[in-house]
Design a protein around this ligand. Structure first.
Ligand code: NAP
Length: 330
């Protein structure tokens, strides 16, 4: 099977920006885009679950997440990137070319070989880990206001978390719901000041401070939460018909454990302000290596860096291989 110059894992803003840049550098990138998931019917990363993106430079009036991803994808295809809707199930970074396996129906499609690899696998939503949360996921429990907000017209719902995600979800949900209660385990928010100001001044949003969710109530759909005040220990019921979990994200690095340097939080470690990882020829960009900024624009920016780092590394590797042949012959 043909060995690719570069393969990109992931099709969020980081992966597709890396695809645009490597395609324009004539490297004919292969993008393994991922697959539809329980939260999105198309790959494309977390922006597929976002409505308005107001802070991506260049869009004066904003753009929806799915539209932005469709634009990036079309742009990558225009320059010759090959994009497959499939998920890598294993990687072998021990020898070059690197081998990538995918779960597919045919033997022929089960492995790809690549001189270099750009990892842009992003991160995924964390869950509370309480008993009925997964059972009622899709039946009143959601991690995506964009996808599911519409179903909660004129209802009372709750959002768990105190970060920017929780406030963004809550603010968006006020377009549909009558009342949105933000349930937070402390008495201070982690979110940015501007988001706090917006949430505090929204008459449809109220806060349940110092409170954790003990259980999600309801048999076929959500009809309430059992909550506990962490200061008084008092347990009470909150009558709501929807719960949005917005407590952060986990980087998607399981495939690389034991093969790349990964930090305590699970993020791939990159070196010296580049996208280089601990393995030569492997680069990482976007949320999978970024515990700090985690924005669409920073992901796209690091996808550009990964493409340039990869292009330069491939050039150097080719030059060194040619020199080694020449010295053997001479
Ligand atoms: P985050 O900043 O890590 O906030 C997670 C929140 O969930 C925290 O308030 C945390 O409580 C709470 N939490 C965590 N585990 C919990 C649990 N088991 N039970 C109850 N509560 C729990 O995550 P995020 O809000 O997803 O934001 C991630 C990054 O993306 C941030 O840098 C953020 O600024 C950025 N972001 C930006 C925007 C925007 O600019 N429009 C939108 C979304 C996200 P504690 O506070 O007590 O730890």
């Amino acid at each position: 099977m043909e060995t690719r110059n570069v393969t990109i894992l992931g099709s969020g803003p980081a992966g597709l920006t890396a695809a645009i840049y490597t395609a324009r550098a004539n490297l004919s990138p292969l993008v393994l885009a991922g697959e539809p998931s329980s939260t999105s019917d198309q790959p494309g990363g977390q922006l597929m679950l976002t409505t308005e993106v107001e802070n991506y430079p260049g869009f004066v009036d904003g753009i929806t997440g799915p539209e932005l991803m469709e634009n990036l994808k079309s742009q990558a295809l225009r320059f010759g990137a090959e994009i497959l809707t499939t998920r890598a199930s294993g990687v072998d970074l021990g020898t070059r070319p690197f081998a990538i396996s995918v779960e597919g129906p045919s033997e022929e499609d089960s492995s790809y070989f690549t001189e270099s690899l750009i990892i842009a696998t992003g991160s995924q939503a964390l869950m509370l880990g309480i008993e009925n949360e997964m059972r009622l996921l899709g039946h009143g429990v959601s991690t995506c206001a964009t996808c599911d907000g519409f179903f909660f017209r004129n209802q009372a719902i709750a959002v768990v978390g105190g970060g920017d995600s929780a406030l963004e979800e809550a603010l968006f949900l006020t377009k549909f719901a009558d009342r949105v209660t933000i349930v937070h385990r402390r008495d201070a928010l982690r979110a940015s000041k501007i988001m706090q100001d917006r949430a505090f001044s929204n008459p449809k949003i109220d806060f349940l401070w110092n409170t954790t969710v003990l259980d999600v109530l309801g048999s076929d759909s959500v009809d309430g939460l059992q909550v506990r005040n962490v200061l008084s220990g008092e347990i009470s019921r909150l009558d709501i018909t929807g719960l949005f979990v917005a407590i952060g994200h986990q980087p998607n690095t399981a495939l690389f454990k034991g093969q790349l340097d990964i930090d305590d939080l699970g993020y791939i470690q990159t070196m010296d302000k580049t996208t280089r990882t601990s393995v030569q020829g492997v680069f990482a960009c976007g949320d999978v290596q970024d515990p700090t900024y985690r924005q669409a624009i920073t992901a796209a920016g690091s996808g550009c860096s990964a493409a340039i780092d990869t292009e330069r590394w491939l050039e150097l590797a080719k030059h060194e291989a040619a020199q080694s042949v020449a010295s053997r012959q001479g």
